[in-house]
Design a protein around this ligand. Structure first.
Ligand SMILES: [Zn+2]
Length: 284
């Protein structure tokens, strides 16, 4: 019975995530160009024909329409179903990470909500950063506020500590915000002096402040290390594919790497830290 319920809720989590991501596609596309996210209703950018409800089902409609507008056959970007799929998978992963471990409790519900909201904001931030090289304030400052609200709520309802490492949730959040913002601000300051140009966007500084506020100072250090690592790996891949010349200061958005590293923290961070600490002989 319990397994059946978990299975049904897991399927529902995937569907919900894909549906939310379908809306996030609209946010990603319209907010940076100053458009409204509610009107006009979805329409084909080429022939303006409205998209009917059955043509707007996440992932499935794209497959049914074989990636083309039903009216004018204009190609639809595969990024739309891709974002919907990512949303579905990450909502499902959050559910499976939290609920089987903590059961059907208020703590589970709060933490799952935090994961789902923050994942949604990171999806928006990542793709807007790819498109426009900027991170909207509602993502980064939103993260700071989210972390604060969550930590207060956790202190109020329970004494459970989820991967906060030794600190009370509230102080973990405050310290995380200070360390995340401060550290990245310092990197930006030194980098800008050294390269005589803006080395890191202010959006990245705010984003790390948000991550610190939600997950604490240890997550900040973890995210800093792994985002640099991801950036280096993808940078090298880019060099091999010939898209970026070595030594050129092509402006590569850093936000998506920060978000990628943050996801790694959310699902595997504390395990990776324990493994690393036992490797260098501290703790176990
Ligand atoms: Zn069309």
């Amino acid at each position: 019975m319990y397994e059946k319920l978990i299975f049904i809720l897991a399927c529902a989590s995937f569907s919900f995530g894909a549906a939310i991501a379908s809306f996030l596609n609209v946010v990603i596309y319209r907010v940076p160009i100053g458009g409204s996210i509610v009107s006009p209703p979805s329409h084909c950018p080429k022939c303006d024909s409205p998209i009917k409800w059955w043509q707007n089902i996440p992932i499935l409609s794209y497959l049914l329409l074989m990636g083309k507008c039903a009216n004018c056959k204009e190609r639809i970007s595969p990024r739309y179903p891709f974002v919907e799929f990512i949303g579905g998978v990450l909502f499902l992963a959050s559910f499976m990470y939290i609920v089987p471990s903590y059961g059907f409790t208020l703590f589970s519900l709060l933490t799952l909500s935090l994961y789902w909201i923050w994942i949604s904001l990171m999806i928006v931030g990542t793709f807007i950063d790819f498109d426009h090289k900027l991170l909207p304030d509602f993502v980064t400052v939103g993260g700071m506020i989210l972390g604060f609200i969550y930590s207060v709520a956790i202190v109020l309802i329970t004494k459970v500590n989820l991967s906060t490492w030794y600190l009370e949730p509230f102080w973990n959040s405050i310290l995380g915000l200070v360390v995340g913002f401060g550290l990245l601000w310092l990197v930006r300051f030194i980098g800008t002096k050294a390269f005589k140009r803006e080395a890191l966007g202010m959006g990245d500084v705010f984003l790390m402040g948000g991550i610190g506020s939600i997950f604490g100072p240890v997550a900040v250090l973890f995210t800093l290390v792994f985002s640099s690592f991801l950036g280096a790996v993808f940078g090298l891949v880019g060099v091999f594919l010939g898209s970026k010349r070595i030594g050129s200061f092509a402006e590569i958005p850093y936000g998506p790497y920060i978000c990628g590293a943050c996801l790694l923290w959310m699902f595997k961070g504390p395990e990776i830290c324990s493994w690393y600490l036992s490797l260098i002989g501290i703790g176990g």
